[in-house]
Design a protein around this ligand. Sequence first.
Ligand SMILES: Cc1cc2nc3c(=O)[nH]c(=O)nc-3n(C[C@H](O)[C@H](O)[C@H](O)COP(=O)(O)OP(=O)(O)OC[C@H]3O[C@@H](n4cnc5c(N)ncnc54)[C@H](O)[C@@H]3O)c2cc1C
Length: 184
Amino acid sequence: MTETTEVVVIGGGYAGVMAANRLTLRGDVRVTLVNPRASFVHRIRLHQLVGGTDGAVVEYREVLGEGVRLVVDTVARIDAAGRAVELESGGTVGYDYLVYAVGSGSADPSVPGAARYAYPIGTFEEAQRLRPVLEAVPATAAVTVVGAGPTGIETAAELAEQGRRVTLVCGGVLGPYLHPRGRR
Ligand SMILES: Cc1cc2nc3c(=O)[nH]c(=O)nc-3n(C[C@H](O)[C@H](O)[C@H](O)COP(=O)(O)OP(=O)(O)OC[C@H]3O[C@@H](n4cnc5c(N)ncnc54)[C@H](O)[C@@H]3O)c2cc1C
């Protein structure tokens, strides 16, 4: 008889879902995915949530393989010696292997005033906070997007498409990661 290997995946974003789904292709692996929210956040659509053209949320049943057990909770602690994760709700889930896919965060804003007056959009909650603010101001209100990496460029484009007056503030080069033709 083959033994079942227990895998816990922390984080149900793109990386966690892909890893969990891929692991279910093996019959001898049981996968548990732990994520704080009951729905999948389409992080790459958060600028559209801000602009009101997409909700940026998809039901897990649409993206998660049938064999994956979803636990809606936050991992508060990893007990590596005991091979278990401790959940914020108080329970634990044991594992043989652990996948750590909790995503990335934004750097703390270093510009004076940014923490108080600017709206970050790196997480679902942050994007949700900005949406009603934009809805409440006149369509002619000037919007300044600071940072011309992909998120800044996409956000500026999204809002400009809606007819808003957008200024995009970048460093020395707009989208330094882009090919010159793409940048043009
Ligand atoms: C507005 C915007 C536009 C973007 N556009 C693009 C694009 O066009 N193309 C592109 O390639 N990338 C884009 N990105 C970047 C992309 O979204 C990230 O690279 C991607 O989301 C990373 O995937 P991930 O699975 O590592 O993390 P995430 O998608 O952030 O998922 C991490 C998950 O882990 C969960 N989690 C965190 N802590 C815990 C915990 N303690 N316990 C349990 N769960 C936890 C989170 O709630 C979340 O569900 C964009 C980002 C933003 C903000």
